[in-house]
Design a protein around this ligand. Structure first.
Ligand code: AHR
Length: 326
């Protein structure tokens, strides 16, 4: 009799735990209203971008957010069409990573008229109009350019260089990271008379373009190149084999500075073929879900949310770098 009562109690306990777990599944309380988030991603041009998409999907699941996600395959018109679909579908919140800064006024005015709040993820837009977006969640790209330049100044000091010729492989023309990484770097080297930019060339954040750009830079400037400053890991990883084919040792004959901090670049940094990688984290999903929830509840949100970022370089013990996860 005693045993069967105990068994009954244990069964009840299990049932109750099960109900509680279902009620709080994925961090979402059962009485919380559904949140439908439409997200337009730029494409899949880099390990960074793929990591960013994965993080947003994972965090949507964690937070119990229903996610409609569309990949624009590097085309602005696809992003505009996706945002129009999100409006027609009456999602609660729209988020997108604008491939370039200009050209969003019309579609964002449509979202505003439909009463749907818009969150910018990763990149910014340029507009004269007020109130088209609520919040920007993304890296401080200007500061990344500053960190890259500060590393270079320290490196030039440690090598005793009195003249430093730089080639810069830039990201997508008219995108926020391209503009700000260029500006932060340029402003920081401006006061150092040793630094000279030989050429800036558009690599569009792509590995194949990084290789093409590097071939052209080596053809034009050859031995004169002391430094490659590349706006992302993908282009850096495309450029390095071209430097080797031309008979130079990346990381030794030519100083290599990259941005992102994906695992592949960190491995190449450990091999000594990259000297410095400035981190740009793709892990923006948690902030996005929390912001979307606040917007749905009519709460205030921060206008700008920048994650904290660090640099990885040959100045530190590289074995201590934890796996990057992208
Ligand atoms: O906007 C962030 C940049 O876009 C990353 O540096 C790059 O890798 C990505 O494609």
């Amino acid at each position: 009799m005693k045993r069967s009562r105990k068994l009954l109690q244990s069964l009840l306990c299990l049932l109750l735990t099960g109900i509680l777990l279902i009620g709080c599944q994925n961090g979402k309380k059962s009485d919380e209203p559904e949140l439908l988030l439409g997200f337009s991603q730029i494409g899949s041009e880099s390990a960074w971008r793929i990591g960013n998409t994965q993080d947003i999907e994972d965090q949507a699941e964690n937070y119990g957010v229903s996610l409609m996600i569309e990949n624009a395959n590097q085309k602005q018109e696809n992003q505009i069409a996706a945002i129009r679909r999100f409006i027609a579908y009456k999602v609660d919140v729209i988020a997108f990573s604008p491939i370039v800064e200009d050209g969003w006024d019309n579609v964002l005015t449509e979202a505003k008229e439909a009463g749907i709040p818009v969150v910018l993820v990763d990149r910014d837009i340029s507009t004269e109009k007020e109130g088209l977006t609520t919040c920007l969640i993304g890296a401080d790209f200007y500061q990344e350019g500053v960190m890259a330049a500060e590393y270079l100044i320290r490196k030039a000091d440690s090598l005793g260089l009195d003249s430093v010729n730089i080639v810069e492989i830039t990201g997508t023309e008219n995108s926020t990271p391209m503009r700000q990484r260029q500006q932060g770097f340029a402003d920081t080297i401006a006061s150092d008379s040793r630094m000279h930019i030989l050429e800036r060339i558009d690599g569009d954040f792509l590995k194949s373009r990084g290789a093409e750009c590097m071939r052209s830079l080596l053809d034009k400037h050859g031995d004169d190149i002391d430094v490659v400053y590349s706006h992302n890991d993908e282009m850096t990883l495309g450029a390095i084999p071209e430097i080797e084919k031309a008979g130079y040792k990346p990381g030794k004959d030519i100083i290599i500075i990259s941005i992102d901090g994906g695992q592949e670049a960190i491995d190449v940094l450990k091999e000594g073929k990259i000297n410095c990688v400035v981190e740009c984290t793709p892990k923006l999903g948690k902030e996005l879900m929390e912001t979307a929830k606040k917007l749905k509840n009519g709460e205030e949100v921060d206008e700008v949310i920048h994650p904290t970022e660090v640099i990885f370089s040959d100045e530190q013990d590289l074995e201590k770098i934890a796996p990057r996860g992208y």
